[in-house]
Write a protein that binds this ligand. Structure first.
Ligand SMILES: [Zn+2]
Length: 225
């Protein structure tokens, strides 16, 4: 895969740093047989570790970070989930950058003209970044070079998952890929989660990121929901 192809996938490609959340070619999905019940979906031979503390079913994947080559188009679900649930930097898994304006997120999404206070209330699967990794990313990441929005978020809230929805909510399709919020229990019980989704509340768009990073404390403690 060329850097341009990698950039097209939207991941933060960097030539000499492999983000913590990036999957490796030696990490394979381990599909489980699905069983539809009156209470929703379960795996055949399901074990307690297949669900999170909310009872959401998660995709089964190998956990072999460093095995094979980095797959810059892929995300390891367990590592993404760890970063987003604890609000850790997606590149180094350390504390993210936090200032009085909040926690740093870099968004590849384009601002939406009809959404006056964009990205307020937007959902993202991309965990925050620390100041050091953000500085490296904007210098080295092809996807970010094509345009990004830096935003500080006072109250990021983990509010659901991105995954595959099966069963009745899929409306006749084998599955539908979508974000499912925790307040949709009738959809959630038919979902196999792949990434945690945080809703961004209390957003301040940062127009001069380099200046912002100069003022940010590298050692700021993460805030928690
Ligand atoms: Zn970092």
């Amino acid at each position: 895969m060329t850097p341009d192809q990698q950039a097209a996938t939207g991941t933060m490609w960097k030539p000499d740093v492999v983000p913590y959340v990036t999957s490796y070619t030696g990490e394979h999905d381990r599909p489980a047989a699905l069983v539809a019940t009156k209470n929703g979906l379960r795996f055949a031979g399901e074990v307690p570790g297949d669900r999170d503390s909310r009872g959401v079913l998660w995709i089964r994947q190998d956990q072999k970070r460093g095995a094979g080559r980095p797959d810059f188009g892929g995300i390891n679900s367990a590592r993404q989930r760890r970063c987003m649930s604890r609000f850790l930097c997606q590149v180094c898994a350390g504390p993210p950058s936090v200032t009085t304006e909040g926690m740093l997120f870099l968004l590849l999404d384009k601002p939406e003209p009809d959404w006056e206070d964009w990205p307020e209330r937007m959902g993202t699967v991309h965990p925050p970044l620390c100041a050091r990794c953000a500085g490296q990313a904007i210098r080295m990441c092809s996807a970010l070079k094509r345009g990004f929005t830096a935003v500080r978020v006072r109250r990021p809230v983990v509010a659901g998952v991105d995954g595959k929805v099966y069963g009745p909510p899929a409306g006749g399709a084998e599955f539908v890929q979508r974000i499912v919020q925790y307040d949709e229990p009738d959809v959630l019980r038919w979902t196999i989660a792949e990434q945690l989704v945080a809703i961004l509340l209390g957003c301040t768009v940062i127009t001069d990121l380099e200046n912002d990073l100069r003022g940010a404390s590298l050692l700021a403690a993460p805030t928690r929901d």
